[in-house]
Write a protein that binds this ligand. Sequence first.
Ligand SMILES: Cc1cc2nc3c(=O)[nH]c(=O)nc-3n(C[C@H](O)[C@H](O)[C@H](O)COP(=O)(O)OP(=O)(O)OC[C@H]3O[C@@H](n4cnc5c(N)ncnc54)[C@H](O)[C@@H]3O)c2cc1C
Length: 373
Amino acid sequence: MNKSYDVVIVGGGPAGVAAAYLCHKCGLDYLLIEQGKTVFQGISDTYPEGKNVYPSKPKENPEPFLVEELRPPDKPVTVEKYIQYVQHFVQHENLNVRTELQFEDIRDERDGLSVLTSEGPIRTRKVILAFGSSVPKELSVYGDAKMVAKRVEDPKKYVGVRTLVIGGGNSAADVIISILREKREANDHQPVYWAHISEKFDVNKETAQRLGEEILLGGNIRLLPGAIPRIGEVDEEGVDRLVIRINEMRQPDGIEFYNSMSFPMKNVIACIGSQGPLPIYDKIGVQTIACAEGVCQVAKEGDRLILLTSEFESTRKGVYVVGGAISPSYMRISAGSIQEERHPNLIYTAINDASHVVDSIRKKLVPPAAPAV
Ligand SMILES: Cc1cc2nc3c(=O)[nH]c(=O)nc-3n(C[C@H](O)[C@H](O)[C@H](O)COP(=O)(O)OP(=O)(O)OC[C@H]3O[C@@H](n4cnc5c(N)ncnc54)[C@H](O)[C@@H]3O)c2cc1C
């Protein structure tokens, strides 16, 4: 871990890519880390196929797009075209991006910060958190379940293995459909187990139809309603496993009977939804403040909003937060007062936040040139 960066950017959406490009242009030593396979993974996961992308801009905001290169075109293009354009742009500009690397935490060091990732720490002077508004939920089990996947990059990986998919909604069903299709094409009859904590699965009609079709075409699926993931453990061969209780019975004398199944974690996918970034703010120790009655206009009473300076620096020194991660509003500290600030979740706001933050970091890290004598 010898190398130290000026800036580590977490998340390769519009905010993160804009920040990386601007750091690149002004000569800061930076690294962008993205948990997905490519930049714009968040957008590619959440937009419906073929959706047009609009260069929307809040009416009350006079600023133009501050990174014209990343602005969606006025004549709307599909999300696939926009993503393709951005990926070419990142390649063409040779931006320093590492994909399939997940942010986990931030640690203070004597002379800066360490960003803890799924592959170890990275040292840096400043951190820009640009991980968007939706963070996949973690499985809460005793022990560690970090190896459990939250999405399927390549369904072929599950051919020939008994796979467990956890979650009762459309995204779990979509994952199962893609794996069943792959298994069918490879003539693999190993089952996919579908576990849900509640007794009732909840998918829309269109997804149910596609799932039904896969089953009728020979898909081998075993339903596990009321199944509860319990323990992450390492077995005697060193394999990380997830133990899931598929039924349990409690006696009045306190004794429990249960049946469990245990799957290698690499064969488990948990599609249990996403949440806002509050748990991450709590984990890394950046301060939030609860809205009191009558104080907030966008947030509701009791909602917790992140506290940021007018330069988007959090209460943790050197840690900035931008884009969807602070939408739809945050608490702005300025001149001794704290006020709720609207922050629409748009590509425009994400890009412009990044521009303001990189500008502020550049001023702090790059001393102005000495006047000529
Ligand atoms: C269906 C839909 C349609 C929309 N249409 C428009 C539109 O037409 N015009 C418009 O202006 N806006 C639109 N928006 C909003 C726009 O997409 C968001 O405002 C924008 O994507 C926010 O950018 P971001 O960079 O802050 O976050 P994101 O785009 O969410 O990017 C965050 C990135 O961080 C990565 N990440 C998350 N956690 C980690 C981690 N722990 N470690 C490493 N990486 C991580 C994610 O994989 C993701 O790639 C739309 C949103 C949706 C859902």
